[in-house]
Design a protein around this ligand. Structure first.
Ligand code: GAL
Length: 396
């Protein structure tokens, strides 16, 4: 009961906070409509002495970035900043151009979620020359000394949660080879630095069982390079899983027990492939990440087993407080976590994230496992989604 009361209070607090400047969390405007590659600047002009914040998101075609963009835009506007929000249609050249335009607009701060972490070195050296600080948002931007901070979730832990879920669901015990299981991996975009963390977190967690032969990978595709999915593309993930099923699971005997997918857009394609091409009678465990609406519906319908949810509303709040401290000329460190009074867990890491030009100080939030059983508690009672019949709809 206490938890529910806290959740209700959180929603009331969030709603009231949004009404006054300095919103720390809360509802957000619907994601900007319109075509893929967009820049939106409508809304609050900066109050006296306000700042101009440039936000570069990768695409609208992957559901979560619409939420990131609208949460970030709302949070900075509520603090009296003007915001220029761009979406680059998952096109690297477009994102470079978008960032160049934001620099030309003389933004005071850049918040960038890179399409390709290796592709922004030149344009961000221009930001550095223009003394524009850069927050690397959610995905670590590589090979540049222009990054002040990285803010994301503990993405290795995302993979660990997916791996541990498989161990728990199958009841795996080291040394017990009385039963063996078949698993296939679908990893993320090789251009996305996060994708290797997801894959390695899962693979490291499951490796002891793979080494003992308790978990087998009939396709033999055990490396990130073999399992990767360019642009996190649903159809590419579906096509690859159809090929694997046709090549290794069509003898009517080989059972697929687990399809470990690093995120929901790839899980959607894998689920479609299994639905159309898998001949077995069992329901394979399928993992995902992000809480995309279509995948939450598949979890309700029993087609997907779980997703790892990352509350991007909290990531936006943390980015706001970090960004505002930077705009005040401060150099935040671990103290920002204590002083901000965030109602969510966050760690400060100054050792793990080397972007090839040095360690980037990082703020990492915690991901959680969502299943059919805890979906309402973790996603609806917390105010992130509403119920739409039996299914969940994201709040923005
Ligand atoms: C990752 C992000 C994940 C995943 C993917 C697709 O970088 O951290 O949430 O879904 O991109 O956008």
């Amino acid at each position: 009961m206490k938890k529910l009361l806290a959740a209700v209070l959180a929603c009331i607090m969030a709603a009231s906070m949004v009404a006054c400047s300095g919103g720390e969390g809360g509802q957000n405007a619907a994601a900007p409509a319109g075509d893929e590659s967009t820049t939106s600047t409508e809304g609050a002009a900066p109050k006296e002495g306000g700042k101009l914040v440039g936000i570069s998101m990768p695409t609208k075609s992957l559901e979560r970035w619409n939420r990131d963009g609208s949460y970030l835009e709302k949070q900075f506007k509520d603090k009296g900043c003007e915001v220029k929000l761009t979406y680059s249609d998952n096109k690297i050249d477009q994102q470079v151009k978008d960032i160049e335009n934001l620099i030309a607009d003389k933004v005071n701060l850049l918040v960038v979620a890179a399409i390709d972490g290796e592709s922004l070195s030149n344009v961000l050296s221009n930001a550095k020359s223009a003394n524009i600080p850069v927050i690397s948002y959610d995905r670590l931007i590589m090979n540049t000394d222009a990054i002040s901070y990285y803010i994301s979730f503990d993405n290795y832990k995302v993979g660990q949660l997916q791996g541990q879920f498989v161990i728990d669901q199958l009841g795996l015990k080291q040394g017990d080879k009385s039963k063996t299981y078949n698993i296939e991996f679908t990893a993320g975009d090789p251009a996305d630095n996060n994708a290797t963390f997801f894959f390695n977190g899962a693979m490291d967690t499951l490796k002891p069982y793979i080494d003992e032969g308790i978990l087998k990978i009939p396709s033999g595709q055990t490396t990130f390079q073999q399992a990767g999915t360019a642009a996190w593309d649903t159809k590419k993930a579906m096509d690859r899983m159809q090929n694997i099923l046709a090549s290794y699971y069509s003898d009517g005997k080989t059972q697929l027990d687990v399809a470990l997918c690093s995120n929901d857009s790839t899980a959607l394609g894998v689920t479609q492939a299994i639905g159309s091409d898998y001949k077995g009678t069992n329901k394979p465990i399928i993992t995902g990440q992000d809480g995309d609406e279509a995948n939450l519906a598949n979890i309700v319908d029993g087609k997907q087993s779980m997703t790892v949810y990352k509350a991007v509303a909290n990531e936006a709040v943390a980015t706001l407080d970090l960004g505002m401290a930077m705009l005040d000329g401060k150099k935040p460190d671990k103290g920002l976590i204590e002083s901000s009074g965030w109602e969510f867990d966050c760690s400060y890491d100054t050792e793990s994230y080397d972007n090839e030009k040095g360690i980037v100080p990082s703020y990492l939030l915690d991901p959680i496992i969502v299943t059919k059983e805890n979906m309402k508690k973790e996603l609806v009672d917390t105010g992130y989604y509403t119920m739409d019949g039996d299914y969940l709809k994201a709040k923005n």
